[in-house]
Design a binder for this molecule. Structure first.
Ligand SMILES: [Zn+2]
Length: 129
């Protein structure tokens, strides 16, 4: 009998969100072979096939560490200032409210950016009326 450890995985929807947002930030959504870990000094991780970076995982914006990257990026985007101002920065790091607020922010930013992308496409395809 084969025993397997069940590693809690991000669900499909939040992975798609994280992939989309990582790309929106202009960063690499790393591609790597999970069966081929490499050792770098005392660390074990993976090498991305696209950018050759040494990495541990792709962005997971439900974690505070990765979320801060997303927040810093959003703060630097002029067109997102209205969106960002709807949130109180202290809520993101709040022990109780933090995880929920970060999820809300990432989900809302994802739907905002993905829907404006779709709208832009429609504008290109349709003639102006
Ligand atoms: Zn990469």
């Amino acid at each position: 009998m084969q025993l397997r450890f069940i590693v809690p995985k991000a669900n499909k929807r939040s992975r798609e969100r994280d992939r989309f947002l990582t790309k929106a930030m202009g960063a690499c959504w790393h591609e790597y072979d999970p069966d081929k870990p490499v050792r770098n000094a005392s660390l074990i991780g993976y090498v991305c096939k696209k950018c050759n970076d040494f990495l541990f995982t792709n962005n997971d914006f439900s974690t505070l560490e990765d979320f801060i990257k997303l927040l810093n990026w959003a703060n630097g985007q002029k067109k997102l200032s209205k969106f960002v101002s709807q949130f109180a920065p202290k809520d993101f790091v709040n022990e109780k409210k933090g995880p929920q607020t970060r999820k809300k922010f990432a989900d809302a930013l994802y739907s905002l950016l993905s829907s404006s992308k779709r709208r832009q496409k429609k504008h290109v395809q349709r003639r102006r009326t």
